[in-house]
Structures are given as structure tokens and as C-alpha cells.
Ligand binder design. Structure first.
Ligand SMILES: Nc1ncnc2c1ncn2[C@@H]1O[C@H](COP(=O)(O)OP(=O)(O)OP(=O)(O)O)[C@@H](O)[C@H]1O
Ligand SMILES: [Mg+2]
Length: 247
């Protein structure tokens, strides 16, 4: 039986009067890996913030991991869109990664041993170990995104929300980030916002295109036009036996 990770029902959200996100019904299955695409200002970041409970729908239902977004938050790993991160905050890479387990600190503010070990493992896996004592603000964009991913993964969340983790990132970082997500595929529900359609097409189970409304696509239905910002509904499937003129 399908296990639901996310369920939206007659959802409406607007910052002011203009609706930013409007969705009839949408269910995302647990363990699925989804790519989220769409034009600038389409509502991708807004959807992730609604799922985190940072924003509240004007109307409709939003169920995350069987409960409300606020209650689900402890089981969600979130990598915010980069420009929304404060890079000036004086913190080392290791400290930033450990912040992912802030809810697990003792009354003295120390982290449990297994959390510290997991932080080290993640930093090793993502090539961050040599940088662990450096200020987060001194890292290149790619290393910073790897650190934000390690922070998001620290508590082994059921749901991962990633807002353009590979935007303006060097090829090695892109490779390491996508490789890590590939390893988690099927075990966690992953929502990955990206403008780089090509790098995710072979990896994801489904694509959601968000431009105020959410349109789900099978990766095979994605058209090359999308790479140029022209998002259109899937073309109707050809009937068997009828060949297109060009073939
Ligand atoms: N805090 C805010 N107050 C008012 N309007 C906002 C706010 N944040 C976003 N918006 C508007 O809501 C719409 C959706 O924004 P959102 O950030 O969700 O888009 P996006 O798909 O993530 O875009 P991008 O690809 O540029 O990151 C845009 O029109 C944007 O201008
Ligand atoms: Mg965005």
C-alpha cells in the first residue's frame, strides 16, 4: 500500500492579495525522489516554506508525514535557497553542521556522542573534513552547500527539502551532492528544486513544475522546451500504430 509523505488539498497561499500557490489535490508518496522546476517567482520556495510550516496556507489542507508541518519539522531536513542564508554569522563549518541537531543538545548545550560521530561521517563523505574548523562564511559556494546538506541530514530526516542546492556550485560539489541524494533514494522522500533539468532527469521519479499551480510530470514527458523556460502541458500520447509525420 502507498505510504503518503505529503498531501495537499485545495491549498491556497498568497503573500498579499495575489495568489502565489493554488493547488487542487496532490499526494507525494513516501520514498519518492521529485525534481521541482519552474520559472523564477513560480512558487517553488514558497511551497517548501509551507511544507516546513514557516508560512501558513490561506485555506486548504497541508499534511506532512501524517501530521501538521510544524509537528513534522523535526523529521524534515531543509536546505534553504542560498541567498536566504546568513553567511556572515560567525560559526565554523563543524558548528553549522551540528546545528542540525540543536534539539538534541543537553542542558549544558553539548551534543550526544553519536551526533558528533554522525556529523564527522557526513563531513567526511561530503569532502568537508579538511574545512571543518574554517568559518562557514569563508567557504566557496559549493563547499557551503555541502555543509548545508550535512546539517540537513544530521538527524537522519524522513523528508528532505532542498532549494537549489546545486545552483552556482562547482562540478565536484554538484557531483558529491547528487551522489549523496542518489544513495538516499527510496529511503527518504526527497524534493529537489533546481533550474538544472538535465542533471536530474535520469535520477528522479517525478517532476513537479510550479508556476502558481503544480503540474506533475513523468520524467519522460519533460520536453526540451522546458530548458528554455517554456513550460507546457504534456503532449497527448500518440495512439499505437499512428506515426508522426517526421518519423
Ligand atoms: N516575502 C514575500 N513577500 C511578498 N511576496 C513574496 C515574498 N516572497 C516571495 N514573494 C513572491 O511570491 C512569488 C513566488 O516566490 P518564490 O520565492 O516562491 O518563487 P520561486 O519559484 O522560488 O523563484 P526562484 O526560482 O526565483 O527562486 C514571487 O512572485 C515572489 O515575488
Ligand atoms: Mg526559490
Amino acid at each position: 500500500m502507498m505510504r503518503e509523505a505529503i498531501h495537499l488539498f485545495h491549498l491556497l497561499f498568497s503573500y498579499e492579495d495575489v495568489p502565489v500557490l493554488e493547488q487542487g489535490e496532490l499526494t507525494i508518496e513516501h520514498g519518492s525522489f521529485l525534481g521541482i522546476i519552474g520559472p523564477n517567482g513560480g512558487g517553488k520556495t514558497t511551497l517548501l516554506k509551507l511544507l516546513m510550516g514557516f508560512l501558513k496556507p490561506n485555506r486548504g489542507l497541508l499534511r506532512v508525514l501524517g501530521t501538521s508541518p510544524e509537528k513534522a519539522r523535526l523529521h524534515i531536513g531543509y536546505v534553504p535557497q542560498f541567498h536566504q542564508c546568513d553567511r556572515e554569522f560567525p560559526i565554523t563549518v563543524e558548528e553549522l553542521v551540528l546545528l542540525g541537531a540543536l534539539s538534541k543538545t543537553s542542558s549544558f548545550g553539548t551534543y550526544p556522542k553519536e551526533i558528533k560521530e554522525r556529523a564527522l561521517d557526513l563531513m567526511n563523505e561530503l569532502g568537508l573534513a579538511p574545512h571543518s574548523k574554517k568559518p562557514f562564511g569563508s567557504l566557496s559556494g559549493g563547499l557551503a552547500q555541502r555543509a548545508l546538506l550535512a546539517r540537513a541530514l544530521l538527524l537522519n530526516p524522513e523528508l528532505l527539502l532542498l532549494d537549489e542546492p546545486t545552483a552556482n556550485v562547482d562540478p565536484t560539489s554538484t557531483f558529491l551532492i547528487l551522489q549523496k541524494l542518489e544513495k538516499l533514494k527510496g529511503k527518504k522522500t526527497i524534493l529537489l528544486v533546481t533550474h538544472d533539468l538535465q542533471s536530474i532527469l535520469d535520477r528522479v521519479d517525478q517532476i513537479l513544475c510550479i508556476q502558481r499551480k503544480i503540474t506533475p510530470y513523468h520524467p519522460k514527458e519533460i520536453c526540451e522546451h522546458f530548458a528554455f523556460g517554456i513550460y507546457h502541458p504534456p503532449y497527448p500520447k500518440k495512439h499505437d500504430g499512428i506515426q508522426s509525420i517526421s518519423s
